[in-house]
Design a protein around this ligand. Structure first.
Ligand code: SAM
Length: 320
């Protein structure tokens, strides 16, 4: 049995360079290109970050059967600073697993069970399984440092690669709106890696307070403005943007008219949606009809059996 990451041809280069950097590619097997898909041999499926596009497949000589990698394996956990968060996907008792994490990982002081994100602010419902109830921590990714409070505001480490990819697409001098900023991982990453001015908006005032602190921690004062407001109305009060980040994957389409109106002609929208492939095709047609041309897309990771998190970039075509 040889385990491979199977990716669309268009995502192959991204995946290969991430996996190479992490030293996960299995050098004893060749990368196999079937035309439509590229199969990258890996040493183990356990170490693949969710942010790597593609699915895990077992190949026996030639590609036969492809199965979707579930977003989270039973008992898998995220680590954010001193906090481990176990995903509750099968209702099992993870108390002993939590104790084991606490005993074997010296940097972990807190282990929570994640009962899911809820409400407009997408806050996590967390149950303390082991250690101390310390929801605030410092987290480092791609050369930035973020203060995170896992109870007060949404944060996921699984989009680290996506944030790096988006930062690399920003051109010097862009005026960017991060329409659903949370504690600011996109805003901070963009302002750190590109010469851009950023307006960050979030309706969760706790998230915005933490974002302002993150601006100071990363020495980005003067490049990011952070506002606690409903972005559907707030976005029209700050002039026109060259780019708008819309990271609200279940609801962003409800805000697309507001974003469109606040975008310069030729400006770009980085849009996220959790949907099936068919649903995404319909969405692209809907956006094309309103004057938004697709310029880039990738699947970030699987979400459920039929749905994935899709990342798409659209350009505003001037209306005559
Ligand atoms: N971009 C951040 C990140 O990557 O960590 C946060 C993403 S989280 C999925 C979506 C965020 O949108 C939440 O922080 C929530 O409070 C915010 N939100 C939801 N509805 C909003 C609205 N109408 N206006 C502004 N922010 C909103």
């Amino acid at each position: 049995m040889t385990i491979h990451v199977s990716v669309n041809r268009e995502d192959a280069q991204d995946s290969i360079s991430i996996l190479k950097r992490m030293g996960i590619i299995d050098p004893s097997h060749k990368i196999y290109n079937s035309g439509e898909r590229v199969f990258i041999p890996i040493r183990s499926a356990d170490t693949i970050p969710e942010s790597v596009p593609g699915t895990i497949v077992d190949l026996d000589g030639k590609p036969k059967e492809e199965r979707l990698r579930p977003l989270v394996q039973p008992g898998s956990f995220d680590v954010i600073g001193h906090i481990a968060i176990i995903k509750n996907i099968d209702g099992k008792d993870y108390s002993s697993k939590a104790e084991e994490i606490l005993q074997t990982r010296k940097s972990i002081r807190t282990v929570y069970l994640d009962r899911g994100v809820k409400g407009d602010h997408r806050k996590r419902t967390l149950e303390l399984l082991a250690g101390e109830d310390l929801p605030e921590t410092l987290y480092r990714e791609n050369g930035i440092t973020l203060r995170v409070n896992v109870r007060k505001a949404y944060f996921s480490p699984r989009l680290a690669t996506e944030r790096l990819l988006i930062s690399s697409r920003i051109r010097d001098g862009e005026y960017v709106c991060d329409m659903f900023s949370g504690i600011g991982p996109f805003s901070i990453s963009i302002a750190k890696n590109a010469k851009a001015r950023v307006l960050a908006i979030d309706s969760n005032c706790d998230a915005v307070e933490i974002l302002r602190e993150n601006v100071k921690i990363n020495k980005l004062m003067g490049t990011i403005d952070a506002i606690c407001a409903d972005s559907s109305s707030e976005i029209s009060r700050h002039g026109k943007f060259d780019r708008i980040i819309m990271n609200l994957p279940h609801d962003a389409f409800n805000f697309i008219e507001n974003a469109y109106a606040a975008l310069n002609d030729g400006g770009l929208i980085n849009y996220y949606e959790i949907n099936t492939d068919e649903g995404i095709t319909d969405r692209m047609m809907q956006f094309r009809d309103m004057g938004l041309k697709l310029t880039w897309k990738r699947v970030v990771h699987g979400y459920s059996k039929m749905e994935s998190l899709h990342s798409m970039e659209f350009q505003k075509i001037p209306r005559n």
